[in-house]
Design a protein around this ligand. Structure first.
Ligand code: A2P
Length: 346
């Protein structure tokens, strides 16, 4: 087996490297150095968001590589996201243009709606530190503005993040240009088998954020299940004895097993690291294969909804009418084929 990158193919033929670099919470010099090192290692898929406040640093690192001629724009796969303060049709173009300016690019490969919930574009500092909800978020008109970005050549593909199955279906049904990708929390303790089957039936690819479970995440204080989340701390996931046993068998690290598992499920992964050794380690996941028995053992580690780490980035979000995590919209019998899933949906 060669250590070669694998790809997911979108409905429109565009190919996304199945492994990318996540950059949430990577700031300042750290992120610039991490991008530099990641490109040297061979990463070509970089995931950011306007909300991460690091597009300018990422842009500087990319420009250096593009200017040097060591890399061509078409070799890169750059993803960024519309912030929730811009979840209105009239704001999309402005935000994407700002991201492109900061990234020093003419287009992104994938532009995602970051959250199904919207906020007013008011500086929280002017409002006692609180974000103000925009309860009129309308995914259908928002999506039309996303489609216009593809028409204008600013985004090759468009997609969604943190949307639930009902919300994905609504956009999908109204779409002239379908969502190519859904980015959600997904890891071995929260495997989202139903949502994955749902997306497969609609030919929407899935990308996993915090694929290692977010080892250093603190459960947010406003999270009703903070105590549970604490117990589920990802230190446990990275040192889980089942994962360790499989890692030993393959002479790989636990992190490599966790990433390889998701890749073999057909899910793209964007582990975040700013550490050169861990960047290399996370990239070296294409020279081995988990057996069906390994896959079964890892599947059994799923904790279902109790494994979810991220509920809302800000406390107000849970009061939004489009808050995505209160409902279970769709139930799948395990034996259902993709075709049955698709016909059961419409
Ligand atoms: P660091 O940047 O110091 O490497 P996730 O993407 O699931 O949120 O995980 C990212 C977190 O896990 C970061 O805090 C990162 O820290 C750490 N991390 C990344 N890769 C590895 C690895 N191979 N082993 C252990 N921790 C890792």
């Amino acid at each position: 087996m060669t250590n070669r990158m694998e790809y997911l193919t979108f409905f429109n033929g565009q190919k996304m490297p199945i492994l990318g670099l996540g950059t949430a919470q990577a700031l300042g010099d750290d992120v610039e150095k991490a991008i530099d090192k990641a490109l040297e290692i061979g990463y070509r898929h970089i995931d950011t968001a306007q909300r991460y406040n690091n597009e300018a640093q990422i842009g500087r690192a990319l420009k250096k590589w593009l200017d040097s001629g060591k890399i061509k724009r078409e070799d890169l796969f750059i993803v960024t996201k519309l912030p929730s303060t811009g979840n209105r049709a009239e704001c999309v173009e402005k935000h994407l243009k700002q991201s492109l300016h900061d990234l020093q690019l003419d287009y992104v490969d994938l532009y995602l709606v970051h959250q199904p919930t919207g906020y007013q574009d008011v500086d929280p500092k002017d409002n006692g530190g609180k974000m103000l909800l925009d309860v009129n978020t309308d995914h259908v008109s928002l999506w039309k503005a996303m489609e216009a970005q593809v028409d204008a050549g600013r985004a090759r593909s468009i997609g969604l993040s943190n949307f639930n199955a009902r919300q994905v279906k609504r956009v999908w049904q109204s779409a002239r240009i379908r969502p190519a990708n859904l980015q959600v929390e997904l890891h071995v303790y929260f495997q989202q088998a139903e949502l994955r089957a749902f997306c497969r039936a609609l030919d929407v690819t899935v990308c996993a954020y915090i694929p290692l479970g977010g080892p250093h995440r603190q459960p947010p204080s406003h999270n009703a299940n903070a105590a549970d989340a604490n117990k589920l701390s990802n230190h446990i996931q990275l040192t889980n004895p089942v994962v360790s046993q499989i890692a030993q068998k393959h002479s790989k690290t636990n992190a490599q097993i966790l990433l390889r598992y998701l890749i073999q499920l057909g899910v793209a992964v964007i582990p975040k690291s700013t550490n050169p050794d861990r960047l290399q380690q996370n990239f070296d996941v294409f020279d081995f294969e988990l057996s069906p028995e390994d896959m079964d053992m890892l599947e059994r580690l799923d904790k279902g909804p109790a494994g979810r780490q991220v509920r809302s980035h800000i406390p107000e979000m849970a009061n939004h009418p489009e808050y995505p995590y209160n409902e279970r919209y769709w139930f799948r019998e395990k034996s259902m084929t993709d075709e049955r899933v698709r016909t059961s949906l419409f």
